[in-house]
Design a protein around this ligand. Structure first.
Ligand code: ADP
Ligand code: MG
Length: 237
């Protein structure tokens, strides 16, 4: 009920033309596959939030995105929906990790994985894995060996696994998400982020989400994204 109320605020308040226009789109009009529409209704997400309406069509085109929107605006589904959709378009025969979601903390990674699993609950053979500090390294390695489609990671632990888990690889990664990029930089992950970007395939889609835009974020954007589409949603007044 809380989240529905938070969302309702978006539609009640005047947020400028573009956000308002976007807000009236439905999930159906975004041309999503049935398993995703089914999951959205199971989650009681009846209308996309402004960041979701604006990001989903662009993300589906494969473009890089820089998205700014306040906390609570629905950024997780804004990237998770198009990720799942794009994996569905192009199924692969061999299992490999195709998506990396970077988050600043273990808690956030666990939350993102939970949202992902719920949005992907009606998609067959969609697998998630975690690479985060504080959880047993060997156990995680066993999980990552199976090459889950979507790995949600904190930067330090991801590097650990790339270096030390021989059966885990990021060579097949197609999509990279930097969630809460501002917080990742605040937590001092700049070096790790740089190293990760260097290890990833250059041909990939990268989407960066942040509640704030600082000069260090702008630098991160410059060296990790290609011709990104910028989507800034004004905070509700
Ligand atoms: P952010 O990452 O921008 O802080 P979240 O992705 O954590 O926001 O979402 C905030 C809350 O809004 C969550 O409780 C989520 O379940 C809910 N939510 C997201 N999208 C929708 C939607 N389209 N309709 C209803 N609730 C939503
Ligand atoms: Mg978030």
């Amino acid at each position: 009920a809380d989240s529905a109320e938070a969302m309702a605020k978006y539609y009640d308040e005047d947020e400028g033309t573009s956000a308002k226009e976007q807000a009236h789109k439905s999930f159906q009009s975004l041309q999503l596959s049935r398993p995703i529409l089914k999951a959205l209704s199971a989650l009681n997400y009846s209308l996309p939030t402004p960041i979701q309406s604006a990001s989903i069509p662009i993300a589906l085109l494969g473009r890089d995105i820089v998205a700014g929107a306040v906390t609570g605006s629905g950024k997780t589904a804004a990237y998770m929906i198009p990720i799942i959709e794009r994996l569905l378009y192009k199924p692969t025969k061999i299992s490999k990790t195709r998506v990396i979601v970077l988050t600043p903390t273990r808690e956030l990674a666990i939350q993102v994985a939970d949202v992902g699993r719920k949005l992907g609950q009606f998609v067959q053979n969609l697998t998630f894995g975690l690479a985060v500090g504080g959880l047993n390294l060997r156990q995680q390695e066993q999980e990552l060996k199976k090459r889950p489609d979507i790995v949600i990671a904190t930067p330090g632990r991801l590097i650990d696994h790339i270096r030390n888990s021989p059966s885990f690889s990021v060579d097949g990664v197609e999509i990279v998400i930097m969630d809460e990029a501002d917080r990742m930089l605040e937590e001092g992950f700049e070096k790790e982020m740089q190293e990760i970007v260097e290890l990833l395939p250059t041909k990939r889609q990268t989407m960066l989400f942040s509640a704030t835009m600082s000069s260090s974020i702008k630098q991160l954007i410059t060296w990790s994204l290609q011709k990104p589409v910028r989507i800034m949603i004004d905070p509700p007044k």
